[in-house]
Write a protein that binds this ligand. Structure first.
Ligand SMILES: Cc1ncc(C[n+]2csc(CCOP(=O)(O)OP(=O)(O)O)c2C)c(N)n1
Ligand SMILES: [Mg+2]
Length: 325
């Protein structure tokens, strides 16, 4: 990695963190409607993972998707505008927090129904295999999603058909207020991949370089035609499940313990202690992010809302487009 690559990973993680801290404020002010699931604490997962993909590799995830949107190259302005439901947002203000997507960047969303995007991922991968394309579909989902039928159907079929898909479980220890130990029959989520004969690994998700290096390896393994691979990435969300979660299911001591391993702090120490970049250079990145975030908020606030007469656009297929014969 060049120095600029190291700085870029830091930039992306700080951008996600600051963007979401501001989003939380905007939510409190009533400027964001619907749900808001923050990714704070998990930034190293999508940043490391997506830094390892090639442009032909597809990315698809659940509703905790703001970080993934940034990592796939969607500007902070368009993410922020989408959160505020504005036409300048990446989904033209129709999707909001849970439905960011940009297929030109090979980012296939943002999905709100737990587990429902896993069969879609299998379908994307089947499409690539069928056409002889060399893309890998990277499908991210939570630990909770692995207890749902969609997961088992999609993961099973991916092995039967040897699909080019990288399954990535972000094990943040909880599905809403339910701890993994109360919902999963096996303590390590990766064990579920064993049942389907899929090679797998469980790794530390608080270290962006661990995630990146592992992803570089396994994405190429999938690309080489070896069928699916399963990664369990162990991480933690520092905030509630969504805004307004009273968090009665965990102790503040537990949160504090994980915060000692804040992925941004861990990476900052790694970079400075190994003299890869200086603390001043990292301060400079943080200043740059601050300007970008303030600009994104202004842009979002000043953008217009979708017009009322467009309410049903893109909802129903118009008659003239339907040709059954
Ligand atoms: C099919 C379905 N069932 C229930 C819900 C409600 N729900 C939303 S998020 C969630 C927990 C999912 O946990 P996990 O997959 O671990 O993701 P995390 O929120 O931790 O990122 C549930 C049960 C839903 N959205 N869809
Ligand atoms: Mg979870």
């Amino acid at each position: 990695m060049e120095k600029q690559d190291y700085l870029d990973l830091f930039y992306q993680m700080v951008l996600i963190r600051r963007m979401e801290e501001e989003a939380a404020q905007l939510y409190q002010q009533g400027k964001i409607g619907g749900f808001l699931h923050l990714y704070i604490g998990q930034e190293a997962v999508s940043t490391g993972l997506i830094s390892a993909r090639k442009p032909q590799d597809r990315v698809i995830t659940a509703y905790r998707d703001h970080g993934v949107a940034v990592n796939t190259g969607i500007p902070a302005r368009q993410v922020m505008a989408e959160l505020l439901g504005k036409t300048s947002g990446i989904s033209r203000g129709r999707g909001g927090s849970m439905h960011m997507a940009d297929t030109e960047k090979n980012f296939w969303g943002g999905h709100a129904v737990v587990g429902a995007h896993l069969p879609i991922a299998a379908g994307l991968a089947l499409g690539d295999k069928y056409r002889g394309a060399d893309g890998v579909t990277i499908c991210m989902f939570g630990d909770g999603a692995t207890n749902i039928g969609f997961f088992h159907e999609a993961v099973n079929l991916s092995k039967v058909w040897e699909l080019p898909v990288l399954w990535v479980c972000e094990n943040n220890q909880y599905g809403m207020g339910t701890a993994v130990s109360r919902a999963s029959a096996v303590p390590e989520i990766r064990q579920k991949a064993e049942g389907y004969g899929i090679p797998n690994r469980r790794i530390d998700g608080m270290n962006v370089l661990t995630v990146r290096e592992t992803a570089l390896d396994v994405i190429e393994e999938v690309r080489d035609g070896n069928g699916p691979y399963f990664l369990e990435i162990v991480t933690y969300r520092f905030r509630g499940h969504s805004m307004g979660d009273p968090e009665r299911y965990r102790e503040s001591e537990e949160i504090k313990k994980w915060q000692e391993n804040d992925p941004i702090g861990v990476y900052h120490r790694h970079l400075t202690e190994n003299n890869i970049v200086s603390a001043e250079e990292l301060d400079e990145v943080e200043r740059k992010v601050e300007v970008e975030i303030q600009d994104a908020i202004q842009f979002a606030e000043n953008s217009s809302e979708p017009a009322l007469d467009e309410l049903f656009d893109n909802v129903y297929v118009k008659d003239e487009y339907v040709h059954f014969s």
